[in-house]
Ligand binder design. Sequence first.
Ligand SMILES: NC(=O)c1ccc[n+]([C@@H]2O[C@H](COP(=O)([O-])OP(=O)(O)OC[C@H]3O[C@@H](n4cnc5c(N)ncnc54)[C@H](O)[C@@H]3O)[C@@H](O)[C@H]2O)c1
Length: 447
Amino acid sequence: MSGHISRRQVIKSLAVAGAAIALPAASYSRVLGANDRLRVGSVGTGGKGWSDLNGVAASPAVEVTALCDIDSSEPHLGRAAEKYSNAKTYTDWRKLLDNANAVDGVIVSTPDFMHAPVSLAAMQLGKHVFCQKPLTHTVFESRQMKEAAKRNKVVTQMGNQIQSHTAYRTAVALVHADKIGKVKEVHSWQAGTPSWPRNIERPAGEDPVPKTVAWNLWQGVAPRRPYKSDIYHPFNWRGWQDYGTGQLGDFGCHILDPVFKSLELTAPLQLTAEAPPLKAETWTESATVRYIFPGTQYTAGDTIHVTWYDAVGVRPPAEVTAHLPKSYSLPNAGSVLIGEKGTLVIPHVAMPKFFPNGADTEAAIEEVLSVDHYVQWADAARGEAETTSAFDYSGPLTETVLLGTVGIRFPGQTLKWNAQEMKIPNFSAAEPWLTKSYAAGWEPTWV
Ligand SMILES: NC(=O)c1ccc[n+]([C@@H]2O[C@H](COP(=O)([O-])OP(=O)(O)OC[C@H]3O[C@@H](n4cnc5c(N)ncnc54)[C@H](O)[C@@H]3O)[C@@H](O)[C@H]2O)c1
């Protein structure tokens, strides 16, 4: 691929990652106290970025000083610039960071493939970062995000906001309180129908780029391709391998989050995916990924099996629902944790249901209240709180999710995972997919 650093070249850098000299970034950042306002810049102000921006700005201690979007139209930069009219506006996030003294923290709400490039650059300037899920586009980038946050001593939060909702917080508390006993197996699924394109070939031809869109900047680190209306920007990039992470990447960091958090999972030992063959450029319409993790204090054995299913209308099989009352139907998306004392269902954004062994009805549960995922980040950056999805947590969660997307490329092949070395020792042919090529001039500065 001309103009690109090859996948092999980047892989070589895995071996030397950590040896590079990092900027003395922390020296660039202001140390904020309780009486200081957090000056925030937002990159990607449309779509989810609009609610991220408003969520963070809900803190009275936040001042929005910079806004960046490659699309100047109303639902993207337009309405954000109107609402936060004192903020300086940008089309190119690199220019926003050139003026880094104007911000203490950066919200990154771009499509997945630009999360790491923007966030790494911001952290290397000592900026606190709130970054959308999945944290990154590749496994290697997730590891880099975790390392960069640690090295630069910045406050980070991934935008898996449901973690802070009463539903997921209550589920995690139930497991930690030993209500369901040690967990023997987990099944997580997303049976919904995505509205974005999957399993298609690239459409022929080219459409005129709208005057409001900076298409080259949108493509950023990705290989260049012609603009097509309603195929990539906005929202539909999810189904394309160069930009998104498919259904597992889109939902895994939400649905697997209470599983990770409650069981204190880290890196899987291995995974095996089942999926139809991939088209050249898009993600598949279905996948099952069977992970095996080391056991923890909350699991029943030396290992714990966690299975992910994404296919329209597909929920976990009968041997799983056999643990539940016959009258109960599984929701469209969520997780089932089969414990020694009973079975916990964690619907995707609804209160959990716990069915003790042999019971026909759910048990009463003690509700844990929601906290504000956005304001928590702003408060933590001012030294007043701690974030619960900091990159030392959300990095390994995203690594696991994205390892699953590597597995989808090799259906039926078990991939053993050496997390420390970032190696797949039994099947090195998959290792190049732990990273990717970057457009010339757009290579991130690695930690
Ligand atoms: N946490 C959640 O519940 C949730 C929900 C939806 C989306 N998301 C995540 O939010 C991110 C954005 O998703 P979306 O659905 O809003 O996508 P989108 O394409 O609808 O919106 C992205 C916005 O970023 C802008 N943008 C794109 N590239 C940019 C760049 N290089 N610099 C500046 N601005 C840029 C776009 O113009 C647009 O305004 C994704 O990572 C997605 O996974 C999270």
